[in-house]
Design a protein around this ligand. Structure first.
Ligand code: 6PG
Length: 466
């Protein structure tokens, strides 16, 4: 047996599917899992001439071509550090470890330094697309040393998804933690996108009186137009999925959402960088509120519930669609503003148009809409906010009244639609001549002599408030 092209540590869903994807492209993959059972299961269920099981870490490492390329698809956090510690004594100068999990980017920066000190290379590789993406073509966001990336590029470009124009949905993102950072914010945008869609559903169902069948039809239709995306497509499928006990599965699922934390990390990072990502934060908080099951039940009995309404016509669905589109623009504008702030803070040369370009395929937020983001950054690389790009400004202008109407309706009827509300508030704050900050400055100066600037004179002023 010749030497292996790449080693995959972690034979759970993501690792095994990505290994099979690599094997399908002719790469010999050494497979290892810290317990042998998963490796045995994968090889038994998916026998493949290019998949090779190893049950001893030293033999696994020694089976690899130099420089060794070892990909980790294991649980983020301590297991990654522990695996690095086990691998390091077995590796030789120039070998490469690639972490494909949802690791926190600061951990990636720390690990990269540690390996660099030992003459080894470390990559934080964002991977999106879930199980199917890993198997058939994910979106891949590698971060690490640019020159070393050439050693892994052929494998990643071969297995990545392809956009409609044939471009691989994989691009070198930047140094150290850049790949994992870009993946983290991708997930934050994913949270906002999903929350906006959930709010569109709430509006259609509870304000519009739409049945699941009508909701499925609306999403199916939306998926033919400017909202065309993976998430809208699966949402149409979900509303049409019958339950074996009658009705649709969606109505049998507990109204309480989980989260693993990448959206929360995005919000925390945005606060640190002074970037408003209110839609992402609203989406995190909406999941938190959804878990307050007892509180919701108790208060729901005390405060008037939303009244039932006569079913509204399809023109209502159109207003909701337009609102969703504007909400989506606001969410992506916030996510990309965070990319910009992070690029200058961490010294990453992020190519925003390219990032949107690789999101076009393989990942959870893949959407036609991303083409427009790439175009916006191509025509102006210094764009401060996506909302300033002519295309998006025009869309906001055309659809803002719909969003305003829908948010007002939701508020009137007591429907929680926080992401849409944040979208209108974000746009209003971004274009407002008056935001009341003069009063904030006066208060700060009053109680703390924090000083203020004036509209009519240059300089810094303090007033003797009485
Ligand atoms: C992806 C997903 C993936 C995963 C999220 C879900 O891009 O493939 O984002 O990373 O599904 O971890 O996150 P939550 O469990 O936090 O919703």
């Amino acid at each position: 047996m010749g030497k292996m092209d790449i080693g995959m540590v972690g034979m759970a869903v993501m690792g095994s599917n990505l290994a099979l994807n690599m094997a399908d492209h002719g790469f010999d993959v050494a497979c290892y899992n810290y317990t042998p059972d998963l490796t045995e299961k994968v090889l038994r269920e998916h026998p493949h001439e290019h998949m090779h099981g190893f049950f001893d870490l030293r033999e696994f490492v020694q089976s690899l071509k130099r420089p060794r390329r070892i990909m980790l698809l294991i649980m983020a956090g301590d297991p990654v550090d522990s695996m690095i510690d086990q691998l390091m004594p077995l590796l030789e100068e120039g070998d490469i470890i690639l972490d494909g999990g949802n690791s926190f980017f600061e951990d990636t920066i720390r690990r990269q330094k540690k390996l660099a000190d030992a003459g080894l290379h470390y990559f934080g590789v964002g991977i999106s697309g879930g199980e199917k993406g890993a198997r058939n073509g994910p979106c891949i966001m590698p971060g690490g040393d640019a020159a070393t990336y050439e050693a892994v590029r052929p494998i990643y470009e071969a297995v990545a998804a392809r956009a409609a124009d044939g471009e691989p949905c994989c691009a070198y993102i930047g140094t150290d933690g850049a790949g994992h950072f870009v993946k983290m914010v991708h997930n934050g945008i994913e949270y906002a996108d999903m929350q906006l869609i959930a709010e569109a559903y709430l509006l259609l169902k509870y304000a519009g009186g739409f049945t699941n069948e009508r909701i499925a039809a609306a999403f199916r239709q939306w998926n033919q137009g400017e909202l065309k995306s993976f998430l809208i497509g699966i949402t149409a499928d979900i509303f049409a999925e019958d339950d074996e006990d009658g009705g649709q599965v969606v109505d049998k699922i507990l109204d309480s959402a989980g989260q693993k934390g990448t959206g929360r990390w995005t919000s925390i990072e945005a606060l640190k960088r002074g970037v408003n990502t209110s839609l992402i934060t609203a989406a995190c908080n909406a999941r938190v509120m959804s878990n307050l099951w007892d509180l919701r039940r108790g208060l729901g009995q005390r405060f008037a519930a939303v009244k039932a309404h006569e079913p509204l016509g399809d023109d209502f669905a159109e207003i909701v669609r337009k609102s969703l589109y504007v909400g989506k623009i606001a969410a992506y504008a916030q996510g990309f503003a965070l990319y910009q702030a992070a690029a200058s803070h961490y010294g990453w040369k992020l190519d925003f148009g390219r990032i949107a370009g690789i999101f076009r395929g393989g990942c959870i937020i893949q959407a036609d809409f991303l083409e427009r983001i790439t175009e916006a950054f191509q025509s102006n690389a210094q764009l401060e906010n996506l909302m300033e790009a002519n295309f998006f400004a025009g869309k906001i202008q055309a659809n803002l009244d719909s969003l305003r109407e829908v948010v007002a309706l939701g508020v009137k009827q007591g429907l929680p639609i926080p992401a849409m509300a944040c979208a209108i508030e974000y746009i209003d704050s971004a274009r407002a001549a008056h935001v009341g900050a003069n009063l904030i400055q006066a208060q700060r100066d009053y109680f703390g002599a924090h000083t203020y600037n004036r509209v009519d004179k240059e300089g810094v002023f303090h007033h003797q408030w009485n």
